[in-house]
Design a protein around this ligand. Sequence first.
Ligand SMILES: Cc1cc2nc3c(=O)[nH]c(=O)nc-3n(C[C@H](O)[C@H](O)[C@H](O)COP(=O)(O)O)c2cc1C
Length: 182
Amino acid sequence: MKALVVCGSMRKNGNTNILADEFIKGAKEAGHEAEKVSLRDLTFGDCFGCRACHGNGGICVQKDDIGNVLEKMKSADVIVLASPMYYFTWTGLMKRFLDRTYPLLPILKNKDFYLITLGGVPDKKYMANILSDFSMYVGCFKEFNQVGCRVAGNVIATSALKPGAVRESKALEEAYELGKNI
Ligand SMILES: Cc1cc2nc3c(=O)[nH]c(=O)nc-3n(C[C@H](O)[C@H](O)[C@H](O)COP(=O)(O)O)c2cc1C
């Protein structure tokens, strides 16, 4: 299997990157291919909303760093969205990226989607909104009659405010195991 982990945290050595790296470690140790893309390192604009991509076979009119990521998504079997919770959903950086995946709506087939998320809150019940956003995002591919795109799992860490806090969390082991078992 081939996994692509898209990281939407602005903190280079923050909690999201720690869990994303742990997922990748598990995946690689199980013999899978796994790669991380850090959105903070890319240059890209907002989706223009022109919808040209739906009339031209899925090519975005913007020539920036996103084209390469979309190609990686197409060739992956597993797509992991890794983002801290900001105001009970993913970061603006992640949202800006997800909007740019619009060219893939009529194209992406047979992908297992995972979510890695975390926040300062002490209980998983506060993750309901981001879990719903994730499920709705993946559901959009099904709405376009794309087969085999599904929510395959998630890792959630709570009480994770300071960078490194997840090292004390059982989410670290869960991320590793999830990567191992894709
Ligand atoms: C702008 C902003 C909004 C945040 N909103 C939430 C929130 O709604 N719920 C929560 O539990 N934590 C929230 N947090 C805390 C972050 O999720 C937490 O610090 C997390 O560890 C950041 O992940 P990172 O280390 O990967 O950057 C917020 C942090 C920032 C900076």
